[in-house]
Design a protein around this ligand. Structure first.
Ligand code: NDP
Length: 245
């Protein structure tokens, strides 16, 4: 990365998204664009009091990833109000977990509209190397791992769809680095619900669970080290290991 960088992260008022905002704000000379569904909510406003390294700053913008209008509106606001004409890193983190029932896909959470809106700005990145688009996916969306990871149908299927789209986007856009990441089993609202659901099926994942800090530090390391051949079009865990699709 160059000496200054601009990073946009979706779904940041809690969980891994908030952890990523914390990690990037602690990095000098970083403009962090934290997108939330409701900027007026106290959890979103609490982002403003996170510690900032020298030269780093925070912009909070409303963005609901399930709405194409909201995504394009957020990008327009960034351009017109904040003068943002280029992005170095975009992390599509926002997500929901439907842990029950048959697949009820929400393809919009698979990031096609988000990627369409931000790829032109990533192409304008002046950072060393290329702009980077990372989708926070889940090992629960891996077809190869279905035999060893209890498949939660709706959630796993929407992540598998997202993985397909990421691989396709990476092939279509060689001028941007694009890949999917598994953040680990992380202690968040969603994570805790998932661990409980697995426990009810007799599976105790306690030994694999990691903190938000460990997950986000790992994700940032992978992003910092990303390069075309070793990263783009891949499915990579927070610890840098490559996962099967
Ligand atoms: P949380 O439930 O703690 O947080 C989810 C975040 O996404 C919240 O900020 C939420 O905002 C936001 N969000 C949900 N829907 C939308 C939407 N339509 N538009 C904008 N923001 C939205 O989850 P995690 O932090 O655990 O998960 C983050 C990502 O990591 C998800 O994509 C998840 O699938 C993935 N993941 C997590 C794992 C874990 O163990 N925790 C394991 C594998 C993958 P709001 O507060 O407004 O609801």
């Amino acid at each position: 990365m160059s000496s200054t960088s601009t990073v946009l992260i979706t779904g940041t008022n809690r969980g891994i998204g908030k952890g990523l905002v914390t990690t990037y704000l602690a990095t000098p000379n970083t403009t962090v664009i934290a997108t939330v569904r409701d900027p007026a909510h106290p959890t979103a406003q609490s982002l403003s009091s996170l510690p900032k390294a020298s030269g780093s700053s925070l912009i909070i913008v409303r963005l609901d990833v399930s709405s194409a209008e909201s995504i394009t509106g957020a990008i327009e606001t960034l351009k017109s109000t904040h003068g943002i004409t280029a992005l170095d890193v975009v992390i599509g983190n926002a997500g929901i977990a439907d842990l029950t029932g048959p697949p009820a896909l929400n393809p919009r959470l698979g990031a096609p509209e988000l990627s369409r809106a931000v790829i032109p700005l990533l192409r304008a990145s002046k950072a060393e190397g290329k702009g980077k688009f990372v989708l926070i996916s889940s090992a629960g969306g891996s077809l190869t791992s279905m035999n060893i990871i209890i498949p939660v149908a709706a959630y796993g299927a929407s992540k598998a769809l997202a993985n397909f789209l990421i691989k396709w986007l990476a092939l279509e856009n060689e001028d941007v680095l694009i890949w999917a990441m598994h953040p680990g089993m992380v202690v968040t609202d969603m994570g805790k619900n998932g661990f409980e659901a697995l426990k009810e099926k007799g599976i105790d994942v306690t030994q694999y669970v990691i903190s938000v800090e460990d997950s986000t530090r790992g994700i940032k390391n992978v992003i910092d080290d990303a390069a075309a051949e070793k990263t783009s079009g891949k499915f990579i865990a927070y610890d840098g290991s490559e996962l099967p699709w």
